[in-house]
Design a protein around this ligand. Structure first.
Ligand code: NAD
Length: 367
């Protein structure tokens, strides 16, 4: 029988299983319920290391293909994040299509919970864009496969302090690689986005004697954080022209792009935001060419998934923080791998993720 390669397959005529084949996704569950208006997709990318875990995103996609592409991309990202973080979880993600302001209600969320439950634990859900911990409580009425619950429900609560600690130790590992010492004292650091993660990061950095600049779209946050930690407020127009050592994106994705890279004078990029590189390949290479050390986002911000993992095991914040501390070594090791192989750091991070999955798959094959 003639087997076609993916390049030969017309995705417009084979939009689903062929697209799953590109990154070897295991399973997709398409969910529909006319009564509640629920239309969702749950993607399980890889379960070699454990059950797939990833948040549910509620988003008004333009069409089904956009939603499918997003859920496939995000679920794969979760596989790599958990693998590199050294936890026993696979990668999964869910998207609910529609305007949450118009259609989100108890019945729809509980119907979604039933679909999650139907996968029998192969997928565990959590919060993501436009989902709250209250929504997780509602989903929990229909399934136990929910994580990231509030503390008063036996959950792990806000993961941000653990995420921020992971970013902080990753930054120290990046400093060690760049300057030979992991001290951040006297380093000029720009933190863009001083929300849940950004603020805790600022507190670690100022405690260490770093000179911190902050930027946010919220005037209120800027006032509060600058007063509390003596950080200098900088405007969006000028922040990328600053003479800084480290840029920490902690707000949005895609801030590492042609425009910012043409201005940035820093030696390190290390922050909490997801998908910092506007285009992984193009900007992952450009950043290296510019002599900037990029600490890959999904390695740096793994504290969040680590925190949720310990919720599944019976939560203990000390254990979660101790695990997040290992992000220092992981970050440092991936820089060594990138140097040894002569590859950009984002690629080294992907390689580390793949190596662990392959190694554990071999062990799983032994009776
Ligand atoms: P948050 O919503 O609490 O904070 C984000 C902050 O960024 C807010 O203060 C907001 O006003 C600001 N912001 C938004 N747009 C901005 C812009 N254009 N310029 C400057 N500031 C802007 O979010 P968070 O929980 O602190 O997470 C920060 C980032 O880290 C997000 O990208 C998130 O996806 C990622 N992340 C968070 C966690 C976690 O544990 N919270 C885990 C992994 C990744």
């Amino acid at each position: 029988m003639e087997v076609k390669t993916l390049n030969e397959i017309d995705l417009s005529k084979n939009p689903v299983i062929a697209q799953m084949g590109i990154n070897n996704h295991e399973q997709i569950l398409f969910c529909n319920d006319n009564a509640t208006g629920l239309k969702a997709i749950i993607a399980v990318h890889n379960t070699v290391l454990g059950p797939s875990l990833g948040g549910t995103r509620f988003w008004n996609y333009n069409n089904e293909m956009e939603a499918l592409t997003d859920v496939l991309r995000l679920s794969r990202g979760m596989t790599y994040k958990s693998s590199v973080a050294g936890i026993n979880l696979g990668g999964g993600k869910a998207v609910i299509m529609g305007d949450p302001k118009k259609i989100k209600n108890e019945a729809l969320l509980r119907r979604f919970g039933k679909f999650v439950n139907s996968l029998g634990g192969k997928y565990i859900t959590a919060e993501d864009v436009a989902m709250t911990s209250r929504d997780m409580e509602i989903i929990k009425m229909e399934t136990d496969y929910v994580s990231g619950l509030p503390e008063n429900m036996g959950g792990s609560g806000d993961p941000s302090p653990v995420t921020a600690y992971g970013v902080y130790v990753s930054m120290k590992a990046s400093a060690k690689e760049t300057w030979g010492s992991d001290s951040l004292s006297g380093k000029k650091i720009l933190v863009q986005g001083i929300g849940h993660v950004g603020e805790v990061l600022v507190s670690h950095l100022t405690k260490d004697g770093a000179i911190v600049f902050i930027n946010d779209i919220s005037e209120e946050r800027l006032k509060e954080v600058s007063t509390k930690y003596k950080a200098e407020v900088v405007s969006a127009d000028t922040m990328f022209d600053l003479d800084i050592d480290i840029y920490a994106p902690c707000a949005l994705g895609a801030t590492v792009n042609e425009v910012t890279l043409s201005k940035l004078k820093c030696k390190i990029i290390c922050g909490a935001a997801n998908n910092q590189l506007a285009d992984e390949k193009i900007h992952g290479e450009l950043v290296t060419k510019k002599g900037i050390l990029y600490a890959p986002d999904f390695v740096v911000n793994a504290g969040g998934i680590i925190n949720v993992y310990y919720e599944l095991e019976g939560y203990n914040r000390e254990r979660a923080l101790a695990h997040a501390e290992q992000i220092y070594t992981t970050t440092f090791n991936l820089f060594q791998l990138a140097k040894k192989e002569g590859i950009p750091t984002y690629m080294a991070a992907n390689r580390l993720g793949e190596q662990r999955i392959e190694a554990i798959a071999r062990i799983n094959a032994v009776l």
